[in-house]
Design a protein around this ligand. Sequence first.
Ligand SMILES: Cc1cc2nc3c(=O)[nH]c(=O)nc-3n(C[C@H](O)[C@H](O)[C@H](O)COP(=O)(O)OP(=O)(O)OC[C@H]3O[C@@H](n4cnc5c(N)ncnc54)[C@H](O)[C@@H]3O)c2cc1C
Ligand code: FES
Length: 270
Amino acid sequence: MNGGKGMHCMKRDYDVVVVQRRVIAPQHVELIVESPDLASAQPGQFAHVLTPGMLRRPISFSRIDRAHGQVGLIVQSVGIGTEWLCNRQAGDRLNVLGPLGRGFSPPEAGQPWALVGGGVGIPPLYAALQAWQNTVHVPQVVVILGARAAAYLIMADDFGRLGVEVRTATDDGSAGQHGTVLSAVTEWMGVHREGQMMACGPTAMLQAVYQVTANWSGRTQLALEQRMGCGIGACLACVVATRSPGTHGSQYQRVCTEGPVFDREELVFS
Ligand SMILES: Cc1cc2nc3c(=O)[nH]c(=O)nc-3n(C[C@H](O)[C@H](O)[C@H](O)COP(=O)(O)OP(=O)(O)OC[C@H]3O[C@@H](n4cnc5c(N)ncnc54)[C@H](O)[C@@H]3O)c2cc1C
Ligand code: FES
């Protein structure tokens, strides 16, 4: 931990050590870091990771292991900051602010549960399943994962090892259903008129989930991947339009602070 210097609006930054690094797909690396403080995170919260000479980069927790005081960060190299992160090795140190934001609420007991993920939106869903699979009694769990091609379908085997049903879809048809996650989502909602859905992925996927769940009576929580600046509520770079349930007026909320997880009813997606 970085002592008093680490205070940012009551959030702390920590110097943490990378204890393991593995390449899990082309341009995708998972870093396991040791930090009992970060391991207090809720699924869906994120780490704001310092990349030299740049703004911090938000990365979700892919695993939260309280017993061993470790968390996982899966990083896809898409630019200069994530490329630097993907090049970290075991033994390297990172400066991480977190855990930040509002994570997922646990699924309600007794209701079927669907986890819908695309790309680097998949990792926080794994953390959610790890946290609640054995602590909340849900009668049925399905994980629906999408990616552009089979090689980018991350964590499907990890979910499989937790013994849940995993359905996959790829844009090019190289694994699972040809196309997006949407048909599996619609099919599941057709069988389960009520239930819990948690979704995280690219904006286009979330907008589609938002639309198809419009008349569904279950609860849908969406975790947004908005571009961020400060990560702690100060710069307003990350705001999205929201509304209070039951009202027509809209207001802006900060994805880094009031989110990244929102209930479907709170969001105003055009
Ligand atoms: C709450 C949250 C959780 C996230 N979790 C993860 C995660 O677990 N793993 C992971 O790899 N990434 C995650 N991201 C996205 C990640 O933060 C961005 O990819 C990263 O900040 C890009 O930095 P860069 O310097 O590599 O790219 P830049 O050089 O800044 O940009 C490269 C390209 O990526 C695009 N881009 C940058 N940021 C985003 C963004 N937030 N959403 C969509 N496109 C973006 C840019 O438009 C540009 O085309 C998360 C984002 C948020 C907000
Ligand atoms: S990133 Fe600065 S307010 Fe959200």
